[in-house]
Design a binder for this molecule. Structure first.
Ligand SMILES: *Cc1c(COP(=O)(O)O)cnc(C)c1O
Length: 474
């Protein structure tokens, strides 16, 4: 005790006194205070803080974001892929306020809340058939951890237990989140390689959507990919717990679009080899690919469906892992049977988030949001075709209202830029000057706006991205 208190007083003695007035006086902090405090105190995700240059977004309105100086930007990344109906949507705002007037949070450990129950019911109604159970958590990574642990425990407790089923199969370049289990099945090595000693290793299938044709390495064909999946299932007969994949398009990998039939083929093989199928629709769920869920496009209903990002239309953190009665039943028993799923997240099923999620499904239904998408997807296709002719744009990949543009040093050879030049980031920062906020994936420039973006706004966004690319590759 003595040593501890001596040490801490020694530390505090070396610190300058706090400017208490500036920190919590009556005067609101100025924009320049906030910019400085942001740089001093806030550790930003996926950001090298040594060169961090703050941009403070104070307000939002539809597809637009407004900074503390009043500059307006189109939200070209849907606030990191989660905004669906635009910012400050009146119905979502009202649902949030209404719920706040009742209760903001109650636990879902052993008790419940009407709004959360109603939301679970509505999710089941819109989800692919067979999914009838909803486990709520707080973010996409947690939805993945939940599915991995449920799949593992399922095999221990299945009607005919198969305790040897412990291995997970995943797709190369996959991104499933940043927690340790999620990076175990992830494949974006530039982020995760150093953490390998802390994670379990999944078996990887090369992505049939990448690497991009621009580099000269053609991705494996549909037939080759499915043959690989089958070979792995045979080689590891009886030891694979589940296969996890992002259906139709791998977003964070660089917008890798799978060949048609891949999802269907994998799902059929998984069923035949008794491998559970986990679909990660954290990025693509809620309309991004043109259907409410991407897996609908190939008529696939998985054993686990992981949802987050768009689940609350980009308002609040919430995630859900949907599963089947078959999985649920394996966890039933008396307390003494020890079949309980001992896993949970404090804010799982939060009523404020559930209220907004519910209102978002109402908006999808009442405003026929999915029916508004085809002309926007077509307009994005036209812009993508134009941008694909820029001197330093290689491959362009689009899926629904989502497009990625590879920046390359040489279009003819497909040679990449040295990664240190950060051309993708430079193009994105240059686009800011033309009133658009986009965030790249390495040297892939990404357009992923809220689904509610108008055609005119889409034109403005594409023009800004084009200007940004021209500037960064001049
Ligand atoms: C963003 C994302 C995740 C992780 O979600 P978080 O809410 O950031 O934890 C998982 N899978 C996919 C496909 C994602 O795009």
């Amino acid at each position: 005790m003595t040593i501890t208190s001596t040490a801490s007083s020694a530390v505090s003695a070396t610190l300058p006194p706090r400017e208490s007035a500036a920190h919590h006086g009556d005067a609101a902090p100025t924009a320049s205070d906030l910019l400085r405090w942001d740089r001093e105190h806030v550790w930003h995700a996926f950001t090298q803080m040594q060169d961090y240059d703050p941009l403070l977004i104070e307000r939002g309105e539809g597809s637009w974001l407004v900074d503390t100086d009043g500059n307006r930007y189109l939200d070209g990344s849907a606030s990191m892929w989660c905004n669906v109906h635009g910012h400050r949507h009146p119905r979502l705002d009202a649902a949030l306020a209404e719920q706040a007037a009742k209760v903001a949070h109650t636990t879902n450990l052993g008790l419940s809340n009407p709004t959360t129950v109603e939301f679970a019911r509505r999710l089941i109604e819109v989800a692919p058939q067979g999914l009838e159970k909803v486990f709520f958590s707080g973010d996409g990574s947690s939805a993945i951890e939940t599915a991995l642990k449920m799949a593992f425990q399922y095999w221990l407790q299945a009607p005919t237990p198969q305790p040897d089923r412990k291995i997970f199969v995943a797709i190369g370049e996959a991104y499933h989140g940043d927690t340790l289990g999620a990076i175990g099945v992830g494949g974006v090595d530039r982020f995760t390689a150093m953490f390998q000693p802390l994670t379990f290793q999944a078996i990887r299938i090369p992505s049939p959507g990448g690497p991009c044709p621009a580099t000269g390495n053609a991705p494996p064909s549909l037939g080759e990919s499915l043959a690989t999946v089958e070979r792995i299932f045979m080689e590891h007969r009886g030891t694979i717990a589940a296969l996890i994949m992002e259906p139709i398009v791998q977003a964070a990998a660089g917008i890798y679009v799978h060949p048609p039939g891949f999802l269907r083929g994998v799902a059929d093989l998984a069923r035949r080899h008794e491998v559970l199928l986990i679909l990660d629709e954290v990025a693509v769920g809620f309309g991004r690919t043109g259907t409410l869920f991407a897996c609908e496009q190939e008529g696939v209903s998985p054993d686990f469906l992981c949802l987050a990002k768009g689940l609350t239309a980009g308002y609040l953190p919430m995630a859900a892992t949907l599963t089947t009665p078959r999985v649920w039943n394996a966890f039933l028993g008396t307390h003494a049977d020890r079949r309980t799923f001992f896993h949970g997240h404090t804010y799982g099923g939060n009523p404020l988030a559930a209220a907004v999620g519910l209102a978002s499904l109402d908006v999808f239904r009442d405003d026929r949001v999915l029916e508004t998408l085809p002309p926007k997807i077509e307009r994005l296709r036209e812009h993508a075709a134009r941008l694909s002719r820029l001197p330093h744009v290689g491959a362009v990949r689009q899926c629904g209202l989502l497009a990625g543009f590879d920046l390359v040093a040489n279009r003819a050879t497909g040679a990449a830029y040295p990664w240190q030049e950060r051309r993708g980031m430079r193009a994105s920062l240059a686009a800011r000057k033309h009133a658009a906020l986009v965030r790249p994936l390495g040297d892939v420039v990404v357009i992923m706006p809220p689904l509610s973006i108008t055609l005119d706004e889409l034109d403005t966004l594409a023009a800004a991205v084009e200007a940004g690319i021209r500037e960064a590759t001049a």
